[in-house]
Design a protein around this ligand. Structure first.
Ligand code: TTP
Ligand code: MG
Length: 362
């Protein structure tokens, strides 16, 4: 049975809010980001409206370059508190359309409609009502993708921006995807694309045509994942338990306080293995590793290390934990409790990128 999932994404979010609050900006290129200082400014664009995009401007572009391309644009500093408030208002409104709701970042959310309707035309009506309500009550536009999986709904919401609704019915998946560049798949950026292009894969159609065992042979787990995405086989639920969680942790108290390194080490190994069972099961990656240690007398310390990328690697975690533990190992105090926490969690896509970039690991 096919599911029906909506992916809703606000159009040029920060810029849209500024234009709403100052209608004189309408029709002008509006850029939110660092101060361009007449071309000498440092920093980047956070976002810009569609008028500014006509000049080739986009998120993350250096503001000095943006100024060269579009000196007559209106450059504004971001107003984070305001966007945060607007984001909350939008999410509250969206959440009322389905209890199966998942906010992603500040301006995106998934809504699963499967329990409400199995009819794509009805889902279109609902999407239309969402657009109207968001515009009427909040004063900005939103684009919506309607598809049988999360990843397809996300690709679809990007198809017809701004203020678009795009439906991808199960029988139209191939037609919809075949000519698209592989970077339209969430999780494939410019760098990852290089690996695929080397093997002759540029369009999503090339992925669909490649047999799954070949994809796995060439690109490992990542290849399997994008093959599934391209073939409409992304079974991730809306409202994934682990996507909502901030961290996964476990701790153990010793039966009696100890200063025996081997005993402590084996506790760390136990905890680490246990955490990684659920990490593996739910395809979670993490960036921050935290050691918790409590000594006799309940004196407790935590020490963290944040990596520059997401990983999923039990041995590496143990290595970091032992490095963090060194600070405490020469103390003449007995240990009462040890714990490990993994945070900065993300669903699998990034670890697959890292498996393509083994050098990034060391
Ligand atoms: P996006 O949804 O990626 O971008 P957008 O809403 O501005 O434009 P689009 O119409 O293409 O959806 O990001 C949402 C907001 O997050 C965006 O308005 C500004 C902020 N943002 C940054 O600050 N830096 C970035 O690099 C990106 C991509 C977004
Ligand atoms: Mg957006």
């Amino acid at each position: 049975m096919s599911r029906i999932i909506l992916h809703c994404d606000l159009d040029c979010f920060f810029a849209a809010v500024e234009i709403r609050d100052n209608p004189q900006l309408k029709g002008k290129p509006v850029i939110i980001g660092a101060d361009p200082k007449e071309g000498k400014g440092r920093g980047v664009i956070a976002t810009c409206n569609y008028e500014a995009r006509k000049y080739g401007l986009h998120s993350a572009m250096p503001i000095s370059l943006a100024y060269r391309k579009c000196p007559h644009g209106v450059y504004l500093k971001p107003n984070g508190n305001k966007y945060h408030k607007v984001s909350n208002e939008v999410m509250e409104l969206l959440e009322r359309y389905s209890s199966n709701f998942q906010k992603v970042g500040t301006d995106e959310a998934y809504l699963e409609l499967t329990e409400i309707t199995l009819n794509f035309e009805k889902a279109y009506e609902i999407a239309n009502n969402i657009q109207k309500e968001v515009f009427k009550k909040i004063g900005i536009t939103i684009s919506i993708g309607i598809a049988p999986t999360k990843s397809l709904a996300k690709i679809a919401s990007d198809e017809n921006k701004p203020n678009g609704i795009t439906i991808v019915k199960p029988e139209k998946i191939f037609d919809f995807l075949k000519e698209k560049d592989i970077t339209r798949i969430p999780g494939i950026g410019k760098k990852t694309k290089v690996y695929y292009v080397k093997k002759g894969i540029r369009k999503i159609g090339d992925i669909i045509k490649t047999p799954l065992p070949t994809m796995i042979k060439l690109f490992g787990k990542h290849g399997k994942w994008i093959w599934n995405v391209a073939n409409g086989l992304d079974h991730r639920k809306v409202k994934e338990f682990y996507e909502e969680r901030k961290s996964i942790s476990a701790e153990r108290t010793f039966l009696s306080d100890t200063d025996d390194f081997n005993e402590i080490l084996s506790k760390f190994e136990d905890i680490n293995t246990r955490i990684h069972k659920s990490i593996l099961k739910h395809h979670i990656t993490y960036k921050t590793i935290t050691l918790k240690i409590r000594f006799e007398g309940f004196i407790t310390y935590t020490r963290s290390r944040t990596l520059p990328f997401h990983i999923q690697d039990e041995k590496y975690v143990l290595k970091i934990i032992l490095e963090l533990f060194k600070e405490f190992s020469d103390k003449k105090r007995k240990v009462r409790l040890v714990g490990i926490k993994l945070s900065n969690l993300e669903k699998n896509q990034k670890v697959r990128q890292i498996s393509l970039l083994p050098f990034a690991y060391t």
